[in-house]
Ligand binder design. Sequence first.
Ligand code: FDA
Length: 308
Amino acid sequence: MLRGALFRLSRSNKIKDFVTTAPVTGGVVRRFIAGETSNDAVAAARRLVDAGLLVTIDYLGEDTTDPARADAVVVAYLDLLTKLRESRLSPSVEISIKLSALGLHLRDGPRLAWENAELICHAARMADTAVTLDMEDHTTTDSTLELLRTLRKEYAETGAVLQAYLYRTEEDCRDLAEAGSRVRLCKGAYAEPESLAFQDRHDIDRSYVRCMKILMAGSGFPMLATHDQTLIKIGLRLAEEYGRGPKDFEFQMLYGVRPTEQLRLANLGHAVRIYTPYGTDWYGYLIRRLAERPANLRFFARSLITKS
Ligand code: FDA
């Protein structure tokens, strides 16, 4: 319910303007976002890699409303990939992209998003790294998986995200648990209707476990994206059961979330990749992080009220 209300609020431009200009916002943003420029992102990636972690970088932005903006997103990724190559950080650092930022919702969107994604996949390969397609709300699931299939014909290393809260995801895991395929499994961060998605957090967790079993038993490369201690423990047990070492699967977490646990797992010898977003268009991403944890929201709301 809270999540639904937050997403409705997030569509109000007045609230967006208020939140993005309030002085206190900076502190909360800095916790979850690496900075505004590609140099900030590369510097953050360098710190994480030096600490023994792997990284995936996301240039923030979604729901692009004009083709020029989609072009600008491509240019930003090409700039980032050049810097990653020059800094010799790839292949410890891969990148994540959102198809709605590349024009998926525009006229002739699937073709435009595919052309833009292909340019980025090509540049990523030249930089000795790979791309993972983020998953947005359910209206984009089919088109994202369709585009993944097309991209993987030429760029087999391209990965995708599946969301355990959707009823369909077990079936999608079965389809994608094949050799060469990379699947990032997360719980899901959007407000979805009951007709399509589990609402109860225990049901979502149980679905996550079923999906994780399919991926860990399969022959692809599972990327277990969660901060949930119980799911991490089950992931470790499944890795033992299926004989998967650090090169055969990885844990993934978000920049700024449970950093001590990130390092603990890495120090035990597990591969741990940190999803590291940067850019000025951070509002939608921040709202999803606040919605995930009521404590974040209470802290943020209190600061807004007392300091504005
Ligand atoms: P859960 O929300 O139950 O959190 C478990 C514990 O982790 C909490 O008790 C708390 O300690 C900590 N925690 C989690 N979130 C926190 C936060 N925001 N602030 C502070 N502490 C927090 N979603 C999606 O729909 N599409 C996508 O493409 C992606 N991509 C993605 C990539 C990666 C690498 C990760 C880790 C996650 C995503 N997500 C995502 C987000 C995902 O769907 C989910 O919303 C969050 O990961 C939170 O779910 P947990 O599995 O961590 O469990």
